[in-house]
Ligand binder design. Structure first.
Ligand SMILES: C[S@@+](CC[C@H](N)C(=O)[O-])C[C@H]1O[C@@H](n2cnc3c(N)ncnc32)[C@H](O)[C@@H]1O
Length: 308
């Protein structure tokens, strides 16, 4: 990329202001097939100018100082390697909260908010909002911190294999303040769970596990394949390794009537339901998204307890 030039090929301008620069960057990204080109251009320029994104709209005529222009160009060049904009900015929003993200953690996805909302709804409506929740696969801490924040009377235990991810999660927890979240550096496959974790059993088990089959990893978009942690994305097997393990653990870790809520991938619903039933869970079902795609597997431990 050369210095920003207008599309009509005029000589490079030294007097860039916000609006023409935004329009130029949007076009530059779009012509190279980057999605959400306007949003990306706005986020990167706002970051370079240390403004909230909407602040750009109040400063369309603001001229950029040379260091600001140089910084914007550097950020744009990173995006042009397919680096996700969230890693460039170092943060993203989840459930209305800002989370630090580094290459050690998966970038929280908007669809995972549905998983958290489903678990919150069930815990509240079943009278378990003050109970104990287990989350598996902490990442940035987005799910655990949101559950802790929105269920202040609950206790959340969150397990993660990557200690680098846990460092990020602990910072995010400190940033948002819930004092009811405990992070443990645990490999869910090698740990032995003898019916409890630290003496606790759980009202809910919640997880967004790595569910991309190993064979599909290389087909993922470069933003994911080349930048997000492989450990967070694929199970290196058939895509069901974590679903089998977590559904297998759930009946032993859940209190009677407790619920398991797992995010699953495209095309996994039918097999995931069978796995959950064969693991001894009851009331098994899959919540579909607005496009009819099964996204959340749920099932309940046998025993008394409301199962809405
Ligand atoms: C799909 S990411 C989910 C991250 C975050 N909870 C979210 O929803 O954005 C899965 C997480 O599981 C972690 N993980 C992978 N293998 C694991 C294992 N064997 N035991 C525990 N955690 C593991 C990964 O490091 C990653 O942080």
């Amino acid at each position: 990329m050369t210095a920003p030039v207008p599309a009509n090929g005029d000589a490079p301008r030294r007097d860039w202001t916000v609006l023409p620069l935004l329009e130029w960057a949007e076009r530059y990204l779009r012509e190279r097939s980057y999605g959400e080109s306007r949003l990306n251009a706005e986020l990167l320029l706002a970051h370079a100018l240390r403004l909230p994104r909407l602040g750009l709209y109040l400063q369309f005529d603001r001229p950029l100082a040379a260091p600001e222009l140089a910084l914007f160009k550097k950020l744009l060049l990173r995006r042009l390697t397919h680096e996700p904009v969230q890693y460039i900015l170092g943060e993203t929003e989840f459930m209305g909260l800002l989370f630090e993200v580094t290459p050690a953690v998966l970038i929280p996805r908007p669809e995972t908010e549905n998983l958290v909302e489903e678990a919150l709804r069930w815990l509240r409506s079943s009278g378990r909002a003050g109970g104990s929740v287990l989350e598996i696969g902490t990442g940035s801490g987005n799910i655990a911190v949101a559950l802790g924040k929105f269920l202040p009377g609950a206790h959340v235990t969150s397990l993660e294999k990557s200690s680098d991810a846990l460092d990020v999660a602990r910072r995010n927890c400190a940033r948002h303040g819930p004092g009811n979240v405990e992070f443990l550096n645990v490999d869910v496959f090698s740990a032995r769970f003898d019916g409890s974790i630290g003496g606790r059993t759980f009202d809910a088990v919640v997880s967004n596990p790595p569910y991309v089959p190993g064979a599909e990893f290389d087909l993922l978009e470069p933003e994911v394949r080349d930048f997000e942690p492989r450990l967070a994305t694929t199970d290196g097997a058939d895509g069901f390794r974590f679903i089998r393990r977590i559904a297998g653990l759930a009946p032993g870790l859940l209190r009677p009537g407790g619920g398991m809520f797992l995010e699953i991938g495209y095309g996994q619903a039918d097999a995931a339901e069978i796995i959950a039933r064969e693991s001894g869970l009851t009331g098994v079902g899959v919540r579909r998204d607005f496009a009819g795609i099964g996204r959340i597997l749920r099932g309940f431990a046998p025993g008394t307890g409301p199962q809405p």
